[in-house]
Design a protein around this ligand. Structure first.
Ligand code: ZN
Length: 155
């Protein structure tokens, strides 16, 4: 296992579209392990492979401590509701702001054993799923169609 370097905003890599995983190789499993380690080290609640320099459709999410989702080729198949909440990104350090997201989503993905799974997430989990899936298409939370306004700490 290893802690990987996180690509920061401004790097053109973050704007690229990631390619689907066609076969779950040992390399993909190592990538998942390293991404979870890297997310933990950085105190994040999600990470996409592109953020560690790998253009593959792989994300990890942990919004509830100890509950880690490892998603290969995730795609959101249903949306419901709307939420406006504060969001940040390990690739956009020092910046956070309100975004508009669905309040619930259903995502389908392949897990590390090759099994197809479906997960319905609400609130923070829904936001994290949207945020990480956006990374796979080269989008960031600060993009105009998602970003509402900058967050400022209140005294
Ligand atoms: Zn992010």
């Amino acid at each position: 296992m290893a802690i990987l370097n996180i690509v920061k905003e401004g790097d053109p890599l973050l704007r690229k579209t990631s390619r689907p995983v066609t076969e779950i190789t040992p390399r993909i499993l190592t990538l998942l392990d390293d991404m979870v380690d890297t997310m933990h080290r950085a105190n994040g609640c999600g990470l996409a492979a592109v953020q560690v320099g790998v253009l593959r459709r792989v994300v990890v999410i942990e919004v509830e401590e100890g509950v880690v989702y490892e998603m290969i080729n995730p795609r959101i198949v249903a949306y419901a509701g709307r939420q406006e909440e504060v969001e940040g990104c390990l690739s956009v350090p020092g910046r956070s702001g309100y975004t508009t997201r669905p309040s619930a989503v259903t995502v389908r993905y392949t897990d590390r054993t090759g099994e197809e799974r479906e997960l319905r997430g609400k609130d923070l989990l829904a936001r994290a799923i949207c945020h990480e899936c956006d990374h796979l298409d080269g989008k960031l939370f600060i993009d105009k169609d998602i970003f509402v306004r900058e967050y400022e700490d209140e005294e």
